[in-house]
Write a protein that binds this ligand. Structure first.
Ligand SMILES: NC(=O)N[C@@H](CC(=O)O)C(=O)O
Ligand SMILES: [Zn+2]
Ligand SMILES: [Zn+2]
Length: 447
């Protein structure tokens, strides 16, 4: 196994230093490191490494930030069932290019990930692909039909060790079933991740409800359809004493509810997507379905509120909700198109643009919201750890000074539905390491 000596990187939350990676671990962090792992008389500028492991590659990381490998709590990998849209291999390759070393795969596959067999298959495919660890999310209900609890315990006890359950794509709208799900996972400390969408209030909904949906003649999706479920579930979860996570929160009212709940000491965690941190509903005026997503793009006021919520910790994490769809499901009229957007390859750039360059978050906060906390919510141990000696070598090197134009045709995803096509965004992932093995080098997939 090749060892890597990364020199002159800004270690997130710390100083400029070198990192020596060997045998899947961070062996040493310090200035003037040599390949032997000791601090030397060197000037830390990263000359040729000498001594130590036989095969050492030196990477000059001057000007780059070293972050812990990013963790995405909400990814759609589409395998099994829609391998024309994405596979575990292509989705995790896109993840690695975006700086992720771990992704949680949503259960809305075909067959649905509602049994130990399916979650083990997805978990194993992730290991075989080798680009990022894949942690399957189990469905809450059989077939995501919302009527009968799935075999949550069997999925938890499987090799995939499922700890997060969600019917994402659909809301667990039946309050009694939601209560039972929260009670059931409490026994092993699991989490229910809710797609908060009251179905009766969103029948046929196509975009955010407001003046614009009226003008465009598209059925509106009121904020309250999201907020009512979030409020209900926070209260239900408080009653049960279990763990509740809110998927892709998108409105100012949702932020207010979660903030008030946390103030009262009620247990809840929440995520926001990169697209809800940057894009607004007026993009629907183009009738270009690339901007059609669930929950819909909201107003400028909502974008400001979710940014504030992420900055002050009301919203715990950023999760991509990477939702690939093949051309035929997007290249049609708005009302017939599928909901969803790509997100893995652009997430860090969007967060830099919306949150870091606006001084709402520091890079240390980014590590918190995109690595430490998602790993903690998902209860995985090998990811989301500070870059110190002895930690697993899940590392990403980012060039924050780079500018890049997003080109959908260049995506590593099998699908093309990025809403950022043609946009110039800051920041570029230069390298990603998964347990010491490069998955990305020089900004390109390493295998
Ligand atoms: N976000 C979306 O618009 N679509 C997701 C489902 C979901 O996350 O609710 C999908 O699976 O395509
Ligand atoms: Zn969803
Ligand atoms: Zn989703």
């Amino acid at each position: 196994m090749t060892a890597y000596l990364i020199t002159g990187a800004k270690i997130v939350g710390g100083e400029v230093a070198d990192l020596l990676i060997d045998n899947g671990e961070i062996v040493a962090v310090g200035t003037g490191l040599t390949a032997a792992g000791r601090g030397g008389a060197g000037d830390g500028s990263g000359g040729a490494a000498t001594g130590g492991p036989a095969d050492v590659t030196t990477i000059d990381a001057t000007g780059l930030i070293a972050l812990p490998g990013l963790v995405d709590l909400h990814t759609h990998l589409r395998e099994p069932g829609r391998e024309d849209a994405e596979t575990v291999l292509t989705g995790t390759r896109a993840a690695a290019l975006g700086g992720f070393t771990a992704v949680f795969a949503m259960a809305n596959t075909d067959p649905v990930a509602d049994t130990a067999g399916v979650v083990e298959q997805v978990w194993r495919l992730g290991r075989e692909a080798g680009y990022a660890d894949v942690f399957p999310i189990g469905a809450v209900t059989v077939g995501r039909q919302g009527t009968q609890l799935a075999e949550l315990g069997a999925m938890a006890d499987s090799a995939a060790r499922v700890r997060v359950f969600s019917d994402d794509g659909d809301c667990v709208w039946d309050a009694a079933l939601m209560r039972r799900a929260l009670e059931y996972v409490k026994a092993f400390g699991g989490t229910i991740a809710q797609h908060a969408q009251e179905p009766r209030l969103t029948k046929g909904a196509q975009m955010n409800e407001g003046a614009l949906s009226g003008v465009l003649g598209l059925t509106g999706w009121p904020s309250v359809a999201e907020e009512a479920i979030i409020a209900r579930d926070i209260l239900l979860n408080h009653h049960v004493g279990s763990k509740l996570h809110i998927c892709h929160l998108s409105t100012k009212g949702s932020v207010d509810i979660v903030r008030a709940a946390k103030k009262r000491g009620l247990e809840v965690t929440a995520e926001v997507t990169p697209h809800h941190l940057l894009l607004t509903e007026d993009l629907a005026s183009s009738y270009n379905p690339v901007f059609k997503v669930n929950p819909p793009l909201r107003t400028k006021e909502d974008v400001e509120a979710v940014r504030e919520g992420l900055a002050d910790g009301t919203i715990d994490i950023v999760a991509t909700d990477h939702a690939p769809h093949p051309v035929e499901d997007k290249d049609c009229e708005w009302s017939a198109a599928a909901f969803g957007m790509l997100g893995l390859e652009t997430a860090l750039s969007v967060v830099q643009h919306a949150m870091v360059d606006t001084k709402l978050l520091t890079w240390a906060d980014v590590a918190d919201r995109m690595s430490y906390r998602p790993a903690a919510i998902g209860q995985i141990s090998d990811h989301g750890q500070p870059l110190v000696a002895g930690a697993p070598a899940n590392v990403v090197l980012v060039d924050p000074a780079a500018q890049r134009v997003i080109v959908s045709a260049e995506s590593a995803s099998l699908s093309r539905n990025t809403p950022f096509d043609g946009m110039t965004l800051p920041g570029k992932v230069v390298a990603t390491f998964l347990r010491g093995e490069p998955t990305v080098l020089d900004g390109k997939a390493a295998k």
